[in-house]
Ligand binder design. Structure first.
Ligand SMILES: [Zn+2]
Length: 340
């Protein structure tokens, strides 16, 4: 397959003209750049707005934390009695612990195996600037243990992912910060899209981004970090893990790398004025031979009034992102934190 067809960084700039009220209704030109993701073909529109599309935080998150703490089932006073336990075939203890992190099954069934892990029952309030590599590592580790145990007991449970809804705008129903994992006999829509990408294209993508450096953030040893050419949401960062296809493959060392990288990006998100994010680590079946395990994370709107969702008709119904954050600028800021 020709290299150009194997991997394409397709982009197209459109110009528009309006008679602008702030310029005495004189003609004003503006541009929007449309890009397509080299892996999936997903399109993104990069707009240049006169003010940020998403408002900076003005909401008192700490105060809201205090208001929600008294009835929180994930806090230390209630977690033992209020959260479910795993079947004994998955965990004799009923819950999986690593460091301060505690994993238990989700009350709401949305996949065959779905679990939640809090960073700590003590951490009801965990703003992104206080996220640490150790907290993220331990939480991820509980999910890796859970995924392995679920796969051991069920040969059909092969499609695993580790995910985050962090704060209400991201879809989280509870304030207390946590990660979630899913294992199903079936892939999600995006898991299937990514599983259909030839391994050769994944490797060409990493090599190309690493050599041109525009969007490359750095390596943590065996994990490659970069800003997405065509982001799926605001400030999208990708991690690619060659030689792994499922979260079940992750050694403790690789989980620690991922934990450090994710926490470092979340600290940057905080600096950029964001409090909420989504994340997905997309696994393919462990028997896959031509897949690169990969993670995506994006900022979401801040929790405040008046609220502007970052998901418009473009994202929800046209399956195109519309963002005003530039991947190359994000990568430059992130590179400083990665020391590369
Ligand atoms: Zn809590």
């Amino acid at each position: 397959m020709a290299r150009a067809r194997l991997l394409e960084f397709r982009r197209h700039t459109l110009s528009a003209q309006i008679l602008h009220p702030a310029h005495n209704f004189e003609p004003v030109e503006a541009q929007v750049e449309v890009r397509w993701d080299p892996l999936t073909g997903y399109a993104a529109r990069l707009v240049r707005a006169s003010s940020a599309l998403l408002a900076p935080p003005s909401f008192n998150l700490e105060e809201f934390a205090s208001a929600t703490r008294a009835s929180c089932p994930f806090c230390a006073e209630r977690i033992e009695l209020a959260t479910p336990k795993l079947p004994t075939k998955i965990s004799a203890e009923g819950r999986i612990q690593r460091g301060q992190a505690v994993l238990f099954p989700n009350l709401l069934t949305y996949t065959k195996y779905s679990a939640v892990a809090v960073y700590s029952p003590e951490l009801h309030y965990l703003p992104l600037n206080e996220m640490t590599a150790g907290l993220m590592r331990d939480n991820l580790s509980t999910h890796v243990d859970y995924i392995r145990a679920s796969m051991r007991t069920d040969n059909d449970a092969v499609w695993a992912s580790i995910n985050a809804n962090h704060m209400l705008p991201s879809g989280s129903s509870l304030f207390h910060p946590h990660l979630q994992s899913s294992i199903d006999p079936l892939p999600s829509t995006v898991q299937q899209m990514l599983a259909d990408v030839p391994g050769e294209r994944f490797r060409a993508y990493i090599e190309t981004e690493r050599s041109n450096r525009e969007r490359y953030i750095g390596t943590t040893g065996s994990v490659e970090w970069l800003a997405s050419f065509a982001p799926i949401g605001f400030n999208e960062v990708r991690a690619l893990i060659p030689d792994a296809v499922s979260p079940a493959d992750l050694t403790d060392e690789r989980v620690a790398e991922l934990g450090w990288g994710i926490a470092t990006i979340l600290n940057l998100y905080a600096e950029l004025g964001f409090q909420s994010f989504n994340m997905a680590l997309y696994g393919a079946p462990p028997s896959s031979h031509d897949y690169v395990l990969n993670l995506r994370m994006v900022c979401r709107s801040n929790l405040q009034s008046p609220y502007r969702s970052d998901v418009t008709y473009f994202e929800r119904l046209h399956w195109q992102a519309m963002v005003d954050t530039v991947p190359e600028e994000l990568a430059a800021k992130a590179r400083q934190r990665f020391g590369s």
